[in-house]
Design a protein around this ligand. Structure first.
Ligand code: PLP
Length: 411
């Protein structure tokens, strides 16, 4: 597994001074996530959200597994089309597109596009009149880790007007979509949004659109053990689909999962490059020093907010690292702050303290489930390169290469 490879590499580096951060990705995880997704949501075809992890390895494996793709820009479209994926397996799911990207989609036969405003319709009518449009709805996403509806989504009240405008411009609206926010905490947001989509379908049909596609977006959990569990979410979604879009009515249902597929693929390893102990007044149950003060530890790691860990501050919930050090069975825990390597004080992992044992410069911390919104969001701010990443795959995936005739490259 990726974890075993990470631990092996850490052992190899134990007598070296170069302990740069690194990630290992196990591409086989994509196949098991795909199976889990299709099993739990048998009516829903996944269109993987490329933005989440756009590594060519990840995309190749998913293309071979047969997923569709949700692209947000010309570069993402180029990447996916470059793998030989048919344009019909792509949705350009950004409601506010630059004209040149829209023209690119039109030239390359990518027809499914989302929209949520009249201005976008005007652009589409001019630059991509043959598009099959999907109206993105506003959703209640206040309980999601990352909200999206503050920026995107038309309210139900506006939908009637947008559907008429599209018709008057000669454009075809074929369905409705939504995104309940990334890291959705409330499965009933899906049920509400699906019910809203049904109303949009009725409105669309009422003005002459042939409504046949429902896109339930992303928002599924990525990290193992997160609440609510994926299976619970799937139960709510299946029940809502059965109620509002019963089988046999010819509706195609797709989703745009990102984290769900990508997060568990990668494991990251970071090294402590500096440390400070701060004595604060007051006693706590753990971390009491002999002088009665409250000992707080500041760990400076060689990766952080400006590298692979940018998503951590957005996600709010601290993700505890695995400490790679032989410690006694119940080590004393101290309130700790994890800082990244740059000169910016904002460069922290979490906006709160976490409880960790006393560690030293040179020790390693491992973060599992780091495949989503990690390297895609990293920068080289202050001259610190983000963690290097190496993907591995097993013989199962080479079989896919033969079966699908798709080029997976070396394994
Ligand atoms: N679809 C769209 C339009 C998005 O904006 C996002 C994430 O921002 C996703 C899908 C993927 O979401 P998630 O990773 O939560 O599944």
């Amino acid at each position: 597994s990726a974890m075993e490879v990470v631990l092996k590499k850490i052992r190899e580096l134990s007598d070296k001074d170069h302990r740069d951060p690194f990630m290992v990705g196990d591409l086989r995880v994509l196949a098991s996530r795909h199976q889990a997704f299709c099993q739990a949501l048998p009516r829903v075809s996944p269109f993987y959200a490329v933005k989440c992890n756009s590594s060519p390895w990840v995309l190749r494996v998913l293309a071979a597994l047969g997923t569709g793709f949700d692209c947000a820009s010309q570069v993402e479209l180029e990447q996916v089309l470059g793998l030989g994926v048919a344009p019909s397996r792509i949705i350009y799911a950004h409601p506010c597109k630059p004209v040149s990207h829209l023209q690119y989609a039109a030239r390359h036969g990518v027809q499914l596009l989302t929209f949520d405003s009249e201005e976008e319709l005007t652009k589409v009518a001019q630059h991509h009149p043959g598009a099959r449009l999907v109206l993105r709805l506003w959703t209640e996403d206040s309980q999601s880790l990352i909200r999206l509806s503050t920026k995107f989504g038309a309210s139900l009240e506006l939908c009637g007007h947008l559907l008429k405008s599209a018709r008057d411009l000669g454009l075809a609206v074929v369905g409705a979509s939504f995104h309940v926010g990334s890291g959705c905490q409330n499965p009933h947001s899906f049920a509400q949004a699906i019910a809203d989509c049904r109303r949009v379908f009725e409105m669309g049909r009422g003005v002459g659109h042939d409504m046949s596609l429902l896109d339930i977006g992303g928002g599924f959990p990525g990290v193992e053990g997160s609440e609510p569990e994926f299976e619970e979410m799937a139960r709510v979604i299946n029940a809502a689909l059965a109620q509002d879009f019963p089988e046999g009515t010819g509706i195609e249902v797709i989703a745009e999962p990102g984290r769900f597929y990508a997060a568990p693929v990668c494991v990251a390893a970071v090294n402590i490059i500096a440390k400070k102990a701060v004595l604060q007044p007051g006693r706590t149950r753990s971390g009491c020093s002999e002088s009665g003060g409250h000992r707080k530890l500041l760990y400076y790691l060689n990766e952080g907010h400006y590298g692979t860990f940018r998503i951590f501050l957005r996600d709010h919930v601290p993700r505890m690292p695995i400490v790679v050090k032989e410690l006694c069975s119940k080590p004393a825990l101290f309130p700790c702050i994890l800082y990244g390597p740059t000169c910016d004080a904002f460069d922290t992992f979490f906006n709160k303290e976490v409880q960790l044992p006393e560690l030293d410069v040179g020790d390693w911390l491992i973060f599992p489930s780091m495949g989503a919104y990690s390297s895609v969001m990293s920068s080289t701010f202050n001259g610190f390169p983000p963690a290097t990443i190496c993907y591995m795959m097993g013989p199962e995936l080479r079989y896919l290469k033969r079966a699908q005739g798709s080029e997976l490259g070396p394994g």
